[in-house]
Each structure stands twice: as structure tokens, then as C-alpha cells.
Design a binder for this molecule. Structure first.
Ligand SMILES: NC(=O)C1=CN([C@@H]2O[C@H](COP(=O)(O)OP(=O)(O)OC[C@H]3O[C@@H](n4cnc5c(N)ncnc54)[C@H](OP(=O)(O)O)[C@@H]3O)[C@@H](O)[C@H]2O)C=CC1
Ligand SMILES: Cc1cn([C@H]2C[C@H](O)[C@@H](COP(=O)(O)OP(=O)(O)O[C@H]3O[C@@H](C)C(=O)[C@@H](O)[C@H]3O)O2)c(=O)[nH]c1=O
Length: 283
């Protein structure tokens, strides 16, 4: 099977690249933003002209939540317009589109895990742009998976895990929010889920929620990062319910895995166990 990975230079793209040899039945093509800018409709058409992909995994996105408040047009260009271009070409070429979306499409006012049936109501520009992308896919494509995930981290790219490790090298005290609850998700686990989905040729198309298990505040996540890295005793960790940011973030964004579990036979790790696995594999 031929599989295209767009936005392959990012965090998730690199996690997929890392495990590609475990999937010898897949021929993976990695296209970073220089090779394929998904916002350029003509370029997307040209790129697909002489190639045929069974699956397109869209890892391309504008993911800077803070900056999106200042330049929403840029976020919408990639996360809505770019995604629309991919949806059209996948529909035309009969490729299955696997698109990654986010917990930030929800407003966080719920007090129990969000299901795929819950109505999105994003409270920041990034979330709004990601929701617009989802809606385009649903309108245009027939064969698609929209995988909503949350709080991705890994050894690659920019993420909270790497930020905390870096800050712990230079700062004596860290102040972290307790007012947002979600689930940290190891992007390597998501990469494996996506490639398994392709290998198993599953055709139960639609929206799914994928994250590691259990829940945490960003404070809990930071504490665990410091614990696994052996730095908890050397850093003063302070709680706050008011860390200054431009973007509002959902207070609660746990994703229910009920639909995922009924559709696929999965063994998802608890976020703390997956964090330990990652740290021991990279140190
Ligand atoms: N990171 C997280 O915490 C979460 C992410 N998600 C979603 O998961 C997906 C993967 O995220 P992640 O890997 O962390 O994101 P990254 O920001 O690490 O990677 C995104 C990639 O998209 C590329 N890109 C940006 N604009 C374009 C464009 N116009 N055409 C092609 N490529 C482009 C970027 O390239 P360049 O750097 O060259 O611009 C970058 O390599 C995204 O859809 C994101 O919304 C969902 C929940 C949580
Ligand atoms: C670095 C730092 C952040 N924070 C707070 C700010 C914010 O409320 C929260 C998370 O901060 P970040 O900006 O690192 O994370 P953020 O960019 O909001 O992460 C989000 O990214 C997008 C792409 C997603 O799709 C989401 O699922 C989610 O992972 O932690 C602190 O309290 N102290 C700190 O030292």
C-alpha cells in the first residue's frame, strides 16, 4: 500500500518515520512543507498527478496556539483551506484521508469525557481553524478518518515535555497551571495507532478520539516529567490557576475512548506509563 505523509517534518511525522521499518507492507512517502505545501491547491494537484496513494496521513498543521490568536488567517489557511485541498484531492483520487484533529475543538465546559457525538465549540483560533478543517473533510470526502487527540508530546518537535525538560535545566522554579485538565498523549503511540489502522485495512470511517488513558492537569504532567527525569527534588514546582496566555484553553478536554475501543481492538497505555517508556527509550 502506498501511503503519503504530509507535514512529515513535524512531531507526528517524525514519529511515523521512526517506526516505518516495522511496516514492510507499507510504502511510505514523506512530504514536508517544502515538498508539498497543502495550502497551494495547484501544487497539491500537480503532486498527485503522477502518483497514487491508498492513504494520505495529514500531519500538516498550524499548531502554535498562542500565535494563532494574533494571526488567525494563517492558522485557517493551513488548518482549514489546506485540509480542504487534501479532502478534494483524496476524494478525486479515491485515497483514504487520515486527518489528525484536536481536543481544543471543545469548549471544556463538560465534566465528563467528550464523545465523538458531543458538539464542538472551540474557544480559541487554533481550535476554530481545526474544526473548520474537520467540517470540510466531512463535506467533501467519503473515505476518511478524523482522529482527535490531545496534548501530544515526544522526543521530536516542540511540545510541553521538551519545554519542561529544557526549562528544568536553566530555571530553579517552574509555575504550572492546574486549571486545565486533559490527557498527555505520546505521539509515538498515535503514530503506531495510525499505521496499524492502515495495515488492518479498517473501513469503519468517521471521527475517533485517541489519547493515552487517565487524566492530568498540566501541573501533574510537569511533575511527572520532572519525576521520570530525576529532577523533581532539584526544582521548585508551583501551582497556579492563572498562567498568562493569549489563547483561552478548555478547562477540561478528556476524550472518551469508548467508540475507539468498540471499533478497534486496542491496548492503550496509561499516560504515565507511556511517559516512562518514552523517557527510558531516549535517555
Ligand atoms: N502537538 C499537539 O499537542 C497536538 C497536535 N494535534 C494535531 O496533530 C497533528 C500533528 O501535530 P504535530 O506533529 O504535533 O505538529 P507540528 O507542528 O510538530 O507539525 C506540523 C507540521 O506541519 C507542517 N506544515 C505547516 N504548514 C504547512 C503547509 N502549508 N503545508 C504542509 N505542511 C505544513 C509544519 O512544517 P513547517 O515547520 O515547515 O512549517 C510541521 O512540520 C496536527 O494536525 C495537530 O493539529 C492534536 C492534538 C495535540
Ligand atoms: C510552558 C508553561 C506552560 N504553562 C501552561 C500554558 C498553557 O495553559 C498550558 C499548556 O501550554 P502549551 O502552550 O505548552 O501547550 P498548548 O500549545 O496549549 O498545547 C496544545 O497544543 C495544541 C497543538 C493541541 O492540539 C492541544 O491538544 C495541546 O496539546 O500550560 C504553564 O502553566 N507553565 C509553563 O511553564
Amino acid at each position: 500500500m502506498n501511503v503519503l505523509v504530509t507535514g512529515s517534518g513535524g512531531q507526528l511525522g517524525q514519529c511515523i518515520d521512526k517506526i516505518k521499518n516495522e511496516y514492510p507492507k507499507l510504502t511510505l512517502f514523506f512530504a514536508n512543507s517544502t515538498i508539498l505545501d497543502i495550502t497551494k491547491k495547484d501544487r497539491v494537484s500537480d503532486f498527485f498527478e503522477d502518483k497514487s496513494f491508498d492513504f494520505v496521513i495529514n500531519c500538516a498543521a498550524y499548531t502554535n496556539v498562542e500565535q494563532a490568536e494574533k494571526e488567525p488567517d494563517k492558522a485557517f489557511l493551513v488548518n482549514a483551506e489546506g485540509v480542504k485541498n487534501l479532502a478534494f484531492i483524496c476524494e478525486e483520487k479515491k485515497s483514504t484521508l487520515i486527518h489528525i484533529s484536536t481536543d481544543y475543538i471543545f469548549d471544556g465546559e463538560k465534566k465528563m469525557p467528550y464523545t465523538e457525538e458531543d458538539i464542538p465549540n472551540p474557544i480559541n483560533e487554533y481550535g476554530k481553524s481545526k474544526l473548520a478543517g474537520e467540517q470540510s473533510i466531512q463535506q467533501i470526502a467519503e473515505k476518511y478518518f478524523i482522529i482527535r487527540t490531545s496534548w501530544l508530546y515526544s522526543e521530536f518537535g516542540h511540545n510541553f515535555f521538551k519545554t519542561i525538560l529544557k526549562k528544568s535545566e536553566t530555571e530553579k522554579q517552574l509555575t504550572i497551571v492546574t486549571s486545565e485538565m486533559g490527557t498527555p498523549t505520546n505521539a509515538n503511540d498515535l503514530a503506531k495507532f495510525v499505521l496499524d489502522l492502515i495495515i488492518n485495512n479498517n473501513q469503519k470511517y468517521g471521527i475517533y478520539h485517541f489519547s493515552n488513558l487517565s487524566e492530568a492537569t498540566w501541573y501533574d504532567f510537569a511533575k511527572e516529567i520532572l519525576r521520570v527525569s530525576g529532577k523533581l527534588d532539584t526544582i521548585i514546582l508551583k501551582k497556579t490557576d492563572n498562567y498568562p496566555t493569549f489563547a483561552r484553553r478548555p478547562k477540561y478536554s478528556i476524550l472518551s475512548k469508548q467508540k475507539l475501543n468498540s471499533a478497534f481492538n486496542l491496548d492503550i497505555l496509561d499516560w504515565k506509563n507511556s511517559l516512562i517508556n518514552l523517557y527510558s527509550s531516549i535517555r
